[in-house]
Design a protein around this ligand. Structure first.
Ligand code: PLP
Length: 459
């Protein structure tokens, strides 16, 4: 076994981390984990406050998920999904079809959230080309401002965060971009129809050339955990149906129990045409994602080999049986031992935690949906003002929290609270206290921008 010093050195020398400025990176090397705790090679422990990038649903080393993977390992670790299937992948497809709303019955597996969205985009495109009554002009997509759907070129094209995409703009396809329907920016007295009016206008003028609208239902995660106004998703479904445009719901973050339901679409009684799941699908254990299509869409891909109607897309490890076994176990936990119960057990405590943070002078507001919460920081506690971007105030707070045993990763000036649903009352109390003290310490005496760059950092 290498020493911790060797690992830290090799990490710096050879490991190119995602979304990380490697010139400023300080290695944090995790050796093991248990429940909500991550342990590094030097024996420190950190509460995993963002569920290992929003995916770990029931804690690390969950006995049921561990056992499911071990049992599957004794059978087969991988067999292709091209022209054959494995036992857990079939069971998972059936289970997802049962759990997904409406007639979302056909499951196409991928490995990551991006690949699920990429598949959805291509399915939507191909669907209109080979529809019983083909509509070859339907080639364009509607997406929302500040959307994030992944980093492959298709999923990045529908994404709307300049910080991620500006560099690659020449490689991306054009989309029709609508403003982000931020519930907090609604004019006084206005409701979801304020944002829906623009969608109605675009669809009425251009629906003949639009294949689908892509949306993160109810919460735009990477945008800063921005919440849509109630009724917006429902309105989007009504309009897309009226104008014969497909609806792709990207529930990579919101799906699989994180908000107390299998999908955010259920909150507004919506059935999309394509539903994308990832992240929490395997309980945050192994890479697997799913693009679930309605029977109507699926039918358009059937025919003889000579008709060339099959979906021209696929990945080597799609439907991997170890990942599928982990996903089946995670779904079983959600169903049997009440994942939704976990959410409701902690919601009230999380509300109190947020109320306590709101008393701090530099916390402008907080918000929560299920076990996703966000804390907005401003220089005076007033919503309109902003810290200078270069100050990276939320990042400074995350560095402070790390010293206190709490691992977090911010989104701009927004702090994200998203622990595993299995977090205990005492652990959530620890979370709240460490976050409170870290915010108080840093906002009382923040580092000036020129010194922040010298904190070992990530983007
Ligand atoms: N869609 C949404 C809403 C996401 O937040 C993310 C990642 O955070 C993705 C898609 C991409 O998922 P992945 O990172 O697994 O490719």
């Amino acid at each position: 076994m290498p020493t911790s010093a060797e690992l830290i050195d090799w990490d710096r020398q050879h490991y190119w981390h995602a979304f990380t400025q490697m010139a400023e990176y300080t290695p944090l090397v995790i050796e093991r984990a248990e429940g909500v705790w991550l342990y590094d090679v030097e024996g420190n422990r950190y509460l995993d406050g963002i569920s290992s990038m929003w995916c770990n649903l029931y804690g690390h080393r969950h006995p049921k998920i561990d056992a499911a993977i071990r049992n599957q390992l004794d059978q087969v670790a991988h067999a292709t999904s091209l022209g054959m299937a494995t036992v857990p992948a079939i069971q998972l497809a059936k289970r997802l079809a049962e759990l997904a709303p409406g007639d979302l019955n056909h499951v196409f597996f991928g490995s990551d959230g991006s690949s699920a969205v990429e598949a959805a985009i291509k399915i939507a495109f191909q669907y209109w080309q080979q529809h019983e009554y083909p509509q070859p002009k339907k080639q364009r997509f509607i997406a929302l401002g500040e959307a994030y759907h992944g980093d492959t070129l298709g999923s990045a094209s529908v994404g709307g965060i300049d910080r991620f995409n500006a560099m690659f703009q020449p490689l991306l396809f054009d989309v029709i971009r609508l403003p982000i329907p931020d519930r907090e920016k609604l004019p006084a007295g206005a409701d979801a129809s304020y944002y829906l009016a623009e969608l109605d206008r675009v669809l009425s003028a251009e629906h003949e050339t639009i294949a689908a609208m892509v949306i993160e239902p109810c919460i735009q995660a990477a945008a800063g955990m921005i919440f849509h106004p109630a009724g917006y998703l429902h309105g989007v479904r009504e309009l897309t149906r009226k104008y014969n445009v497909l609806l792709i719901a990207d529930e990579i973050v919101t799906g699989c129990g994180r908000i107390g339901k299998m999908s955010a679409c259920e909150l507004e009684g919506v059935v999309p045409d394509l539903l994308c799941l990832g992240k929490s699908l395997s309980g945050g254990y192994l890479p697997i994602s799913a693009t679930i299509a309605t029977s109507e869409i699926y039918q358009a891909f059937l025919g003889t080999a000579a008709s060339a109607r099959s979906f021209r897309h696929g990945h080597t490890y799609a439907g991997n049986p170890l990942a599928a076994a982990a996903a089946l176990a995670a779904l079983e936990i959600t169903q049997d031992s009440g994942g939704a119960q976990d959410v409701s057990n902690r919601q009230e405590q999380l509300n109190e935690l947020l109320a306590n943070l709101e008393r701090l002078p530099h916390v402008a507001s907080t918000r929560r949906m299920g076990m996703i919460a966000a804390v907005e920081l401003t220089p005076t506690g007033a919503n309109a003002e902003r810290y200078p971007v270069e100050m990276r105030i939320a990042y400074q707070i995350c560095r402070e929290a790390l010293k206190r045993g709490l691992w977090l990763r911010p989104l701009g000036d927004t702090l994200v609270i998203m622990p595993p649903l299995s977090i205990t009352q005492d652990e959530l109390t620890f979370f709240g206290e460490m976050l409170h003290d870290s915010i108080a310490t840093v906002t009382a005496n923040p580092l000036p921008p020129d010194q922040v760059a010298h904190l070992a950092g990530d983007d």
